[in-house]
Ligand binder design. Structure first.
Ligand code: CA
Ligand code: CA
Ligand code: CA
Length: 410
């Protein structure tokens, strides 16, 4: 660590970084013991992304409960302000992707989510987009997350698109100090605030200098920029796909903790840990907590795995017969009926397997996004949009009855 770097409040930063050391009580950590930052071989702090966006509708009570049940150190939320100033939990800038806005408020699909009043937000369903099983899930109030969190599983609070929510830094800071549940978590070292917006982070740091703070950017910037971040933030987070050894070293040299998102495979997890990352955020927190405990990651797996995802093919990704696709492989000893199984990507785009599909032991099935001629080893979704991101995506495999079988990331 570069001793010349300016640290705002090292005790708090370390407190947040070592919470994975379960043997230490949260109370001890809160007072700032002389604990060392975790060595690279140590387990990183684990965070469920948007609660647990891979296993439940993102930013809902159901997702927070999944995050908590998985036993990870924190679940992450995205907070914005409604048109009438109520803090609520929602990721996107518009309600189009994750709500039934087209039924409730036709014509407002592409309006800013912050243009809705709290009373209007409460009329939206934000569970059914993920699965009918979650129909009826509402957009939560900010304080609802603190009611789910515990001394074991705290909250990473991302202040999302703060330019759309003027004054949100003060609202969050006030809640942390005044709300009983939030304050209890804060005192236990189970809160971290984060944002991509440097101006917002600086504002938050001025209002609440004792709250651990993280600056996010999509790639690791140069050393001078990181040194600047270190004047107001305790840690830095980025996309794991862009992180390399030199970048990780620059972050450490600036005296900042290092986090990555959105890690959705154990291979990506290992890659991040090898780079010395101390905060790992993923959509499938249960997967990482099981992996860290040495347990079988997908205990319900019946043999079929995701062998590969071909996100980008030469030419158009939706061209007939040979467009983008995911390859399933039966690694077990018996034929598996995969009729009605589905694949979800990180943005919750869904590819289905048609009826009557079986994969024999050792066999493969290619599941295409676009059009083509169905065959024994190929199923075409006839989709009209390229869904597998060419810059890397993740996919999760589910049975027709909702059992998670595998994840894959590239
Ligand atoms: Ca977020
Ligand atoms: Ca292409
Ligand atoms: Ca693609």
């Amino acid at each position: 660590m570069n001793q010349n770097a300016t640290h705002r409040r090292p005790a708090r930063r370390l407190a947040a970084a070592v919470t994975a050391a379960a043997a230490l009580s949260a109370a001890m950590l809160a007072v700032g013991p002389a604990a060392a930052a975790p060595a690279p071989e140590d387990a990183p702090v684990l965070i469920g992304h948007r609660g647990a966006a891979g296993t439940a509708p993102e930013n809902t009570i159901a997702a927070f409960k999944d995050g908590r049940a998985s036993g990870v150190d924190f679940f992450e939320i995205d907070v914005q302000l409604s048109a009438d100033g109520v803090p609520f939990l929602f990721h996107d800038n518009t309600p189009a992707r994750t709500t039934n806005v087209e039924e409730v408020f036709p014509g407002r699909e592409d309006d800013p989510i912050t243009s809705f009043t709290w009373e209007e937000l409460q009329q939206l369903d934000t569970g059914a987009y993920f699965s009918e099983r979650y129909a009826g899930e509402k957009i939560p109030h900010f304080d609802a997350a603190a009611e789910i969190a515990t001394r074991n599983t705290g909250v990473f609070i991302e202040i999302k698109s703060p330019v759309n929510s003027p004054g949100i830094e003060q609202v969050v800071a006030d809640n942390l100090s005044e709300d009983k549940n939030w304050n209890r978590l804060l005192e236990a070292g189970k809160i971290e605030v984060l944002s991509f917006d440097e101006t917002s982070n600086r504002r938050f740091a001025e209002i609440a200098p004792d709250v651990p703070l993280q600056q996010l950017t999509g790639t690791v910037p140069d050393a001078a920029t990181l040194e600047r971040y270190a004047t107001f933030a305790d840690s830095f987070g980025t996309n794991y796909r862009t992180l390399d050894e030199a970048g990780a070293q620059r972050v450490k040299d600036a005296g900042l903790g290092l986090g990555v998102y959105t890690v959705n495979s154990t291979e990506a997890y290992e890659q991040s840990v090898d780079l010395g990352v101390d905060r790992v955020t993923g959509d499938f927190p249960i997967q990482f907590s099981r992996y860290e405990r040495g347990l079988k990651v997908f205990p319900q797996n019946v043999g079929v795995r995701i062998a590969d995802s071909v996100n980008d093919v030469p030419g158009a990704d939706l061209q007939p017969e040979t467009g983008e696709h995911v390859i399933l492989e039966n690694t077990g000893n018996t034929t598996v009926d995969v009729s009605g199984w589905l694949l979800r990507d990180a943005a919750n785009n869904i590819l289905r397997v048609g009826e009557g599909y079986e994969i024999p032991a050792g066999g493969q099935l290619r599941v295409y996004t676009g059009p083509g001629t169905d065959a024994e080893d190929a199923y075409y979704n006839d989709g009209t949009a390229n869904v597998l991101n060419n810059g890397g995506d993740s996919v999760a495999l589910w049975t027709d009855s909702g059992s998670l079988q595998d994840t894959f990331a590239n």
